[in-house]
Design a protein around this ligand. Sequence first.
Ligand code: GDD
Ligand code: MN
Length: 368
Amino acid sequence: MFTSIIIPAYNERDNIPLVVDLLEKLLPGDNWEIVFVDDDSKDGSREVLMRLSRENPRVRFIRRIGRRGLASACLEGMASSSADVFAVMDCDLQHDETILPAMLRAFEEDPKLELAVGSRYTGRGGGTGEWSKSRVFVSRFATRLGSVIRKTELTDPMSGFFAIRRELFEETVRKMTGKGFKILLDIVLSAGRPLRVREFPYEFRTRQHGESKLDIVVAFEYLYLLADKIFGRFVPVRFVLYILAGLSGLLLHLAVLGALHRLAEWPFVTAQIAATLTAMVSNFLVNNSITFRQQRLKGGLLVPGLLAYMLICGIGAVVNVQSAEYLFENNIPWWFAGAAGALVGAVWNYAVSTQIVWTWLPGVLRKR
Ligand code: GDD
Ligand code: MN
């Protein structure tokens, strides 16, 4: 049984050689390899990876340019491999590699085994190490939430430490969202049937080098993954987020309009223009940090992005009014014509700004 140990690594220069050493000492035989997936780290990881993979035929790496994401990195590592079993492990030594041999042996002992999961919440010894109380709480809450739609019981579905048989990977890979951090959950949800799993308790260690890439918005990506699995068949979750961002903009618009027109006594039209501009800027920022988080514009891209967004929404407003007017003139009730116009405008804004503001523009500006 040939095994690939897939190790996603982003800015893990100091940890990479340590992981290789540990695995070399630990794993018997030579029926295994290590595949690092590096998302173009800025800390010199690449030089370390090049050196190690020249010295050691067991080590290879994939370098992805212009892309980020733990889950998709793991998927691409697996896709690049010819192994029978893939094990996924963090690069920062937080996962206790000493349970790995037992995890891999389980696949040989039980030919029907599909998944082996390192769990922080089962048996003795399991635990979250030195996590803060709030992080433990969030992690447990997220675990419960996920269980609503899972078909396979797992004590630690958020675990990033697991091994999967190739057959299960092939069955699920095209259904996975590949977004965010929670690849194990993505696999289990995408399988949509009970899986044959074994869990292996371990204690989560404290990170020694480098820093964690998990921030609060990653928690949001997790909700996104769940929503996508539940509703994604009907409406793209992104479009829903876009509409929600739009509604928040509408509230802000009314607040600004009220403040300027009623309190500051600006003329209505001036106040309406100011409110519209405020709402556009706010919608842009909200969409940029939530709806399009994966392609978020930063630094010098923000202003051109905002201008393009405002232009597109301006055209959207014209499209909106034109469609509504057309319907209204054809004896459609005013409220239906108005709502249909708004929907057409929203779909336009969504579709065009997705393509232009968050896809085409960053590509063009980055090239220069
Ligand atoms: N290639 C790549 N691209 N690797 C990444 C990226 C990325 O965008 N983001 C993170 N990684 C790598 C890190 O270098 C590390 O090896 C591993 O993924 C985990 O990232 P951490 O930033 O250390 O995450 P954590 O310690 O907070 O999260 C751990 O606990 C979660 C359990 O709640 C990880 O084990 C997760 O996999 C696990 O789900
Ligand atoms: Mn970590």
